[in-house]
Design a protein around this ligand. Structure first.
Ligand code: GLU
Ligand code: ZN
Length: 475
């Protein structure tokens, strides 16, 4: 039973798809059990965290359909929810660690530390802090301070013993404490180090489930040591395998999208994204490939369904979910989604009829724009359609115009009359008509198309078709 999970992004750019998936998993896991969800902004890298990215992040998460009970915008009982506003809280905890001897100031300069690592590497050992400042006495420290050195703060790790860490996805791992080395919990500029702020915030905020990227797996033992030293309860951790592109390379623009915003701007629906992301590295029991609604997505989400293999993002699969999401919308939802594209249609009734007509033919708003242009403004036939117009003899167009004039309001009667007059049926009949009326060879159902276009425009297009057939416009 999960009480509370969270998403803790560092707002250094637009929300990466891998992080969007992490956020979605954490949210689904919390909401599955009716638990609550926290959004915490990890902005300790001050230069790289301008406020505009935080705003974009909240907007993108909301667009994806996530909501949170505590966060920088709505507050909550365990705030503030931006780490740089939590310095006073960290200050007290640092003091407790200092008082109990579990943390100590380290005066080593970056150059000294780099030289130390270089030596260890040359000797074939894993780089680790040497412990130079571990046992400085009060007068040595006073000396350093007098020289104007600003210390970082290090956590003192026992040099013997082992630590077992359980992970929901990777199982239990054991670490020799001596291998960890004393690590920095406060930087020399006073800002909190990731290990520290991240761990104590989870505990102080009452988070009992942390889902995050696999790249944080090796941070967990240090974080647990900090929490143990402070008498705080660690959450359960689960580290999600990486999200890669179809070619198994890290996800980037080359794969069609790297951020959630790219996909949003390309016209994808949040419902499609939720359905696809929820299946990347997680599988639903009794998966039948059906689009799940939000209740199903969270009720059927299981931590046991998360696998260890890297997941591969594939734009084509996302399009498959997009198609299903378009099919599943009500007429009203469809019209609302496409409101901007439909602006030229004044009558709400026409909008509804139009979206229903083109629903099977569209995945993205840009395609709707194209069909509406074709409906309202005489389209130039595309090359395939032009070829069909040319191959259709003049007599057919004359017969079409003639029978149309007699039966303009009755599609069925018109088609029957034209069939009779031209001797054509099926594809031979409908393909040239479609080419003339829409300028393409594939598209929406023609009867509905004509009804929306109105008989006057239909007549004009049939007449125009004969002219296109005779024109010498290049194909
Ligand atoms: N700010 C960290 C990140 O974005 C959070 C890691 C975590 O979820 O614990 O990678
Ligand atoms: Zn030192």
């Amino acid at each position: 039973m999960i009480q509370k999970s969270r998403f803790a992004p560092s707002p250094t750019g637009y929300l990466h798809l891998g992080n969007a998936r992490t956020a979605l998993f954490a949210w689904l896991a919390a909401r599955h059990d009716g638990g609550s969800f926290v959004l915490r902004i990890e902005d300790t890298d001050r230069e790289r965290s301008p406020r505009q990215y935080e705003d974009a992040l909240l907007e993108d998460l909301r667009w994806l359909g996530l909501d949170w009970d505590e966060g920088p915008d709505c507050g909550g009982a365990h705030g503030p929810y931006r780490q740089m506003e939590r310095q006073a809280i960290y200050g007290e905890l640092y003091q407790r660690l200092l008082d109990s001897g579990l943390a100590y100031p380290c005066y080593c300069t970056p150059e000294m530390l780099a030289a130390e690592r270089e030596q260890q590497r040359a000797a074939g050992r894993a780089p680790r802090y040497s412990g130079r400042c571990r046992d400085l006495d009060a007068s040595a420290r006073a000396d350093m301070e007098a020289q104007g050195l600003r210390p970082s703060l290090r956590f003192r790790v026992a040099t013997t013993g082992r630590l077992r860490v359980a992970d929901l996805i990777w199982g239990e791992r054991e670490y020799a404490l001596a291998d960890l080395g004393d690590f920095v919990i406060r930087r020399s500029d006073g800002s909190p180090a990731f290990f520290f702020a991240n761990a104590v915030d989870d505990a102080l905020m009452g988070v009992d489930l942390v889902l995050r990227g696999e790249d944080h797996l090796s941070n967990t033992p240090r974080q647990i040591l900090i929490l143990q030293a402070l008498g705080l309860t660690p959450p359960r951790y689960g580290h999600l395998p990486l999200l890669l592109g179809r070619d198994a390379q890290p996800l980037s623009k080359r794969h069609g999208a790297a951020s959630l915003r790219d996909l949003r701007e390309a016209g994808f629906l949040p419902q499609a994204l939720r359905n696809y992301l929820a299946r990347l590295g997680h599988h639903y029991a009794e998966e039948d490939g059906r689009l799940l609604d939000d209740t199903e997505l969270r009720q059927r989400f299981r931590l046991e369904g998360i696998g260890r293999a890297p997941a591969h993002f594939d734009l084509e699969q996302l399009e498959h979910w997009q198609a299903q999401a378009v099919q599943s919308m009500t007429t009203e939802q469809l019209a609302a989604w496409l409101a901007a594209e439909l602006a030229e249609l004044a009558e709400p009734e026409d909008r509804r009829a139009f979206v229903e007509l083109i629903r099977p033919n569209i995945h993205f708003p840009a395609q709707v724009r194209d069909w509406l242009q074709r409906l309202l403004h005489d389209p130039e036939p595309d090359p395939e359609a032009l070829r069909v117009l040319r191959e259709t003899p003049e007599e057919f167009w004359a017969a079409a115009a003639h029978s149309f004039s007699a039966q303009a309001e009755d599609w069925k009667a018109w088609v029957a009359a034209l069939q009779e007059a031209s001797g054509r049926r099926g594809r031979a009949l409908f393909q040239p008509l479609r080419a003339a009326l829409t300028g393409r060879l594939h598209g929406p159902e023609l009867a509905g198309w004509c009804a929306l276009m109105g008989s006057e425009r239909c007549r004009q297009r049939l007449a125009q078709a004969g002219r296109w057939a005779q024109s010498s416009a290049p194909i």
